[in-house]
Design a protein around this ligand. Structure first.
Ligand SMILES: Nc1ncnc2c1ncn2[C@@H]1O[C@H](COP(=O)(O)OP(=O)(O)OP(=O)(O)O)[C@@H](O)[C@H]1O
Ligand SMILES: [Mg+2]
Length: 251
């Protein structure tokens, strides 16, 4: 039993259901993420992990249930939605940087356009963030001039520039060459240690063990099992989780 800190969970999904046509992709999802908690979501391809992330910042609508961020239910649209979306930073597998803008511009664009931050101030913050993720020396380059690992770190800095309350990561290292995976994971572990609330879809067990408070295992649209990383990786309870682990552990 975990005790919720004052202020309640930062992210709370209650009885969330989502269909794509006839396909029931999220089934009665209940998930509470506390402030400062790091939750790793794992599960087979097609189990609904990306869809779950996308509903939390309202890139996808839900059919029933509720999602609240910091106590506020996600509004349908308008200014309120934009504000809540800014509370939820997202980093995808594909870095999705603006190709024709410099690294620095990629990081300042959101704060300047969406939050009305002065350009000089946005640039100062951006340089601090780029320094934090280890790519300050790349600020004047275009994304294509950076390695995949560097681009993904810029994407993290860009998300952080909006001062989100929670960061969602959807397989942030799965498009990277092996030697670049660690540099991105190190940045994420640093964020976790600094107290950022994070929901991370990843099969990187090293990250889960070092940074996660909890592992959530999804299969066929349902949360099948939740446990600490240690419990989950050594003593999964469900057949589906054990079957899944036997596949990823042997590769
Ligand atoms: N826009 C969409 N329209 C129709 N079906 C979709 C759409 N997006 C996802 N799906 C389907 O919903 C299910 C869940 O997809 P989702 O991308 O959330 O899975 P996932 O767990 O992230 O898988 P992966 O590990 O391959 O990334 C899959 O069956 C997928 O084909
Ligand atoms: Mg996915």
């Amino acid at each position: 039993m975990s005790v919720e800190p004052a202020g309640g969970p930062l992210v709370e999904l209650r009885d969330v259901n989502k269909h794509f046509g006839a396909l029931h992709v999220l089934r009665d999802i209940n998930l509470s993420v506390a402030r400062g908690e790091v939750v790793v979501v794992i599960g087979p391809s097609g189990s609904g992990k990306s869809t779950l992330c996308r509903t939390i910042n309202r890139l996808e609508t839900i059919d029933s249930g509720t999602i609240a961020v910091d106590g506020h239910p996600l509004p349908a649209e308008g200014k309120e939605l934009a504000r809540l979306r800014a509370d939820v930073g997202m980093v995808f597998q594909a870095f999705n940087l603006f190709a024709h803008k410099t690294v620095l511009q990629n990081v300042t664009l959101g704060p300047v356009k969406a939050k009305g931050v002065k350009k000089s101030e946005a640039e100062k913050t951006a340089m601090e963030l780029l320094d934090r993720v280890g790519v300050a020396d790349q600020a004047r380059k275009l994304p294509a001039q950076l390695s995949g690992g560097q681009q993904q770190r810029v994407a993290i800095a860009r998300a952080l520039a909006m001062k989100p309350k929670v960061m969602l990561f959807d397989e942030p290292t799965s498009a990277l060459d092996p030697e670049m995976i660690n540099e991105v994971l190190e940045v994420m572990i640093g964020l976790a240690h600094d107290g950022m609330t994070m929901i991370v879809v990843t099969h990187e067990m090293g990250f889960a063990r070092r940074a996660a408070n909890r592992v959530v295992f999804m299969d066929a649209g349902s949360i099948v099992e939740e446990a600490t990383p240690e419990e989950f990786f050594t003593n999964a309870q469900s057949d589906r989780a054990r079957d899944f682990l036997s596949k990823i552990l042997t590769h």
